[in-house]
Design a protein around this ligand. Sequence first.
Ligand code: ADP
Length: 396
Amino acid sequence: MKDSILVINCGSSSLKFAVLANSGQEVLVEGIADRLGSEQSSITFKHQGKKTETLLANGSHKNAVSTIKQWLSTQPSIEEALVGIGHRVVHGGETFSKSALINQDVLNGIKECAKFAPLHNPAHVKGIEIAFELFPGLPQVAVFDTAFHQTLAAEHYLYPIPMHFYREHHFRKYGFHGTSYRYISQRLAEVAKGSEQQGVLVAHLGNGASTCAIRHGLASDTSMGITPLEGLMMGTRSGSLDPSLLSFIAQAEHITMDDALDILNKKSGMLGVSEISNDCRTLEEAMNSGDQRAKLALDMFASRTAKHLASVATSLDSVDHLVFTGGIGENSSYLRQEICRQLKVLNIRLDLTRNNNAPRGDTSTISPEGDLPKVWIIPTNEELMIALDTISLIQH
Ligand code: ADP
């Protein structure tokens, strides 16, 4: 059956792509075009276990997509099975509560949401327009990071500021990582029968990090806000703090509020505290060699994650499952242990042997046998969700 999907995640300076076949179960090729817009841009293809990297002569987004198209033309069996293109889109505002087949109205909707994601949405629009131009016959679908969180109740998504800001400007919590949370919720329902009727906490911990509470299969609260800055401490983002700090930082450094905001987005979090790196693995290595700044950054990350898990848990009737996912959630036994140690109040316990020996890249449970809540590691798969949504929407 022809059901291969080209999945595109187009950012401002990078473009990730993959072709998924067999109902999204098989990755035929994947890669990334990096440093777009600079003279050192390159594109990497990973196919049949082999990586090849080539320089992009003119490192534009269009050049990247046309290089993918050229590569596909050398692999007719992959190219001929393509039936659609699925795009990851960061912000869908209140316009999109599920994935959408892209037409001019949808494209306009994505452009309107760019006010909340000025770096991401314009790049997605560019990627979509280029894909329409270079793959004219293929239908395209947009899958939104915010969509899964559209089920939050008003008391969870509204900010306690004058209501006219919401009425006139749609200033509210939107939440992100929704495609990952939807995948985790579905995957958990496969391995833990009945979880779709229970209360689930998920910590998606990567460079960007957030928490989500899922009640009866629907998002009930999440830590990120109108932008991904709210909530957990992250690789370079501060997460939640007293908003007054923004003006104190601007005054102290003689910079604008936008520049101060940039510090909270790009120079804070684990990077800002450790003064070493935003990368968890690098920090764990430094901590294991005795570096106290790295340990402080990791311990702050753990305590804030625990706090935000407990915070979103208040929207549940019960906590039956806790799932760790994302690069850090899937791989850092140290942080999982530290986070769970601070969640005794929710009766969360870990089996330390299971936690330390969890198989890489697999779903596993790391709580003691028979314990409730059950603690899981589930590798996320946003590309699979994008491929499945694309197949389902183009078939209708
Ligand atoms: P994003 O998709 O948000 O860019 P990822 O989900 O890929 O991020 O997660 C990246 C993070 O995962 C980095 O901080 C990285 O150090 C961390 N990570 C990856 N592997 C490990 C590991 N084995 N141990 C600890 N941290 C890891």
